[in-house]
Design a protein around this ligand. Structure first.
Ligand code: HAM
Length: 429
């Protein structure tokens, strides 16, 4: 195939055989978010480039090398959003909906774009469900976010395969003091650091902590620990969060090297990780960002949130075979009609049934065809029952009702009684 007719590398079609699992995942999360009192917000996919530079941080992988940035026809620099937090903060500020301390509990879903090296679980267009809470500064809401995801893993049947990693980055003051101590220590071991860490030491020293380089990791063993630099407020916040997780019985691992790849975090940071997906094991990640709204030009407004990668979680459901049986069947009943008169009667009958049973997945044969070919299509559709309308049925104002899976003889059902009959065998049965 010529290159122009292929999708862009790292940007995938989600094919009809995959969408039922995506929709199951998305609707499970959406129901949970509704139940916990979160409201959906929808932001544009493109924003001014400046927004991401100012919020995510100039010296981050995302901003330095992963953004899809282009010039608009009028010369503005625009970027396909690499994440949702920045745009959400922009939106709440622009519409004044966090003013006067108003609490907002918001969620969003949609594609994000990062020019990363594609591999299993890492794509250039990927999808997140994220949420952001504004104007609540206590550890109780941090705990709620984590408790909610814990419930989600339980509902999805993947709880045993994920682990919660937790850290506190402290307030910006305590992080500043820690940064100084870390720079002093790492500078004394400059020659032993890998090249990337030497560069980060100058630009974004905390990121040295999550290096993958073994030599640098060895140097880090004796480095100053962030926990020793936390101020009283951050420490109390972190203890408050841990106490709540303990109360609900959610296990966690403290990871002092968890710093996250975006600059806006303060205090709590967390990641849900799995070893079932290979290298791209973080399925959900987030934390608190109490300074971000102010930094973006708003009044001081505490914020906390997270985002989960839909591709990674769908992959997990597949890997762990946690796919509910009912999502693979798309059709309950398939109506076959033979001859023009029967086709017309079938259409009207189908609409009457749909009026009475709005949840029934009823497919009417299209494209006519012989008895054999329509039956083949009915079977292939996965339907539980076929409805048959031929000359005999038309004469008797009945429909043939034939079980396609398992036992049972074909019966004749009067048109008027069809919806009630289907209700007993499909919708409730
Ligand atoms: P993030 O850690 O950059 O955080 O992304 C969150 C999640 O999105 C990751 O844990 C992962 O599951 C998924 N993800 C990220 N990049 C890719 C990729 N290239 N391919 C597939 N999945 C990916 C954020 O985006 C923050 N905005 C989260 C947040 C919200 N923090 C506070 N509020």
């Amino acid at each position: 195939m010529s290159k122009s007719l292929q999708a862009i590398r790292g940007m995938n079609d989600i094919l009809p055989e995959q969408t039922p699992l995506w929709r199951y995942f998305e609707s499970t999360v959406a129901r949970l978010l509704d139940n916990y009192g979160y409201k959906q917000i929808r932001m544009p996919i493109v924003e001014f480039t400046e927004l991401f530079k100012r919020s995510i941080g100039e010296v981050t992988d995302i901003v330095e090398k992963e953004m899809y940035t282009f010039e608009d026809r009028n010369g503005d620099s625009l970027t396909l959003r690499p994440e949702g937090t920045a745009a959400c903060v922009r939106a709440v500020l622009e519409h004044g909906i966090t003013g006067g301390g108003q609490v907002q509990k918001l969620w969003y879903i949609g594609p994000m774009f990062r020019h990363e090296r594609p591999q299993k679980g890492r794509y250039r267009q990927f999808h997140q469900i994220g949420l952001e809470v504004f104007n609540l500064d206590g550890p109780d809401i941090d705990a709620e976010l984590i408790i909610m995801t814990w419930r989600l893993w339980g509902e999805l049947g993947i709880r045993d395969a994920v682990k919660l990693e937790l850290n506190s980055l402290g307030t910006s003051e305590s992080r500043g003091r820690y940064r100084e101590a870390l720079v002093e220590y790492l500078s004394a071991h400059h020659d032993k650091l890998d090249e990337d860490s030497q560069r980060r030491l100058k630009t974004n020293p905390l990121r040295v902590l999550d290096t993958k380089n073994a030599d640098t990791q060895a140097v880090l063993v004796d480095a100053p620990k962030m926990a020793d630099y936390l101020d009283d407020e951050s420490r109390a916040h972190f203890e408050g969060l841990k106490a709540r997780l303990d109360a609900v019985g959610i296990p966690y691992v403290l990871n002092p090297k968890l710093v996250r790849g975006l600059d806006y975090y303060s205090k709590t940071v967390f990641e849900w990780v799995t070893d079932k997906l290979g290298a791209q094991g973080t399925v959900c990640a987030g934390g608190r960002y109490d300074g971000l709204v102010e930094q973006m030009g708003g009044k001081p407004t505490p914020g906390v949130g997270f985002a989960m990668g839909i591709e990674r979680l769908v992959l997990m459901l597949e890997t762990l075979e946690q796919i509910p049986a009912e999502i693979s069947r798309q059709v309950d009943v398939y109506l076959c009609a033979f001859g023009e008169e029967a086709e017309l009667a079938g259409l009207a009958l189908a609409e009457r049934v749909r009026d009475q049973l709005p949840n029934l997945r009823l497919q009417v044969n299209a494209g006519a065809g012989s008895f054999k070919s329509q039956f083949k299509k009915a079977d292939k559709s996965g339907a539980l029952y076929a409805l048959i309308l031929g000359d005999d049925e038309m004469a008797g104002q009945v429909v043939g009702f034939k079980p396609l899976r398992g036992q049972g003889e074909q019966q004749s059902i009067a048109w008027d009684a069809l919806a009630a009959h289907l209700a007993t065998c499909v919708v409730q049965g």
